[in-house]
Design a protein around this ligand. Sequence first.
Ligand SMILES: [Mg+2]
Length: 380
Amino acid sequence: MKIDSLETIVVSQTLDGGESFAYSQFWYDTRTIMLLKLVTDTGLVGWGEAFGPALVNKQLIDNVYAPLVIGRDPFDTEVIWEDLYNKLRDHGQKGVVIEALSAIDIALWDIKGKALNLPVYKLLGGAFRDKVMPYATGLYRRRTGDIIGELAKEAAGYAEQGFKAIKLKVGFGLDTDLEAVIAVRRAIGDRVKLMVDANHAYNANTAIKLGKRMEEYDIFWYEEPVPPEDIEGYKQVKAQLAIPIAGGEAEFTRYGHYRLLHERAVDIVQPDCCVTGGISEFRKIAALATVHQIQCYPHIWGSAVAVYTGLQCAFSLPHYPPSLNPDPVLLELDRTPNVFRELLAGGPLPIRDGWVDLPTQPGLGLSVDEELIAKYRVNV
Ligand SMILES: [Mg+2]
């Protein structure tokens, strides 16, 4: 079996005025995603996705990576990964170069699974659990009058839907952040896990100040308190707080994650398959995390391709350290408006009593709705 063609597809959805939302860095009013369709000479199709600037990812794949992948055996994931990485090693060990590579690697794993009629987690060595706990990533800022009241209402809604864990965006200033934490904790009660995510809006000093104020509200983790480059800052924050510190979504490859892990800068590492180099690299980062007894949970943001990729990986993660009653693995599930997440696989990811069951379909486990793609495709 050989790779016959690669098609890079850019899709875009403009959000309605009322749907736009902000995290600590930017407002979102458009979703633009690069999907990759990889076809073999036997007719098998694999799907991948790259996080980041869609048009740049497309150019990188079309002009640099595609000629190196066409004609190759899709089972040679390691060999292909190393070849592509080395091709641009001198020009980009992080960033879009790796994001574009991620899409190719993910599509190759999808093909391998489909060729063997096995879900990807089987190829990764099997499932360590039969269900994972999805958490609602929401609680962004909207253009509404009563922001704190809206956040409390939204959080209560997720708890009513059965979510057992919820993530709140912070990074908007200490007083506002604390007000939001208090309101959301009150709205969801004591039994739902509450995480906060600053998207690296603070320096270590400010991040510690906020952390101290949040400690009494039982925060399950504090995500990206400081910029990803500031490993020393992460260590300062971690040393000062009784809240677990999470990070890694803006880190690339095993080389980048190695420092984060080796220096114990985080308690929870969050590699994203569509960012960090695909499934091949995710599994290596997850293995490195076990060496340091650091929890690894996939970061997920994007279309259903990204969600199903993260899902497959979540089942393949061993419990570290193992015990009779380990914490469940948490699966990030963004709740902001996104037609590509909700409809690309024909419908939203099925959630049963607050859990996502082990998938059974081969490959990544999704059938991509190409009519939806045609509707939102941008001709570039
Ligand atoms: Mg985050």
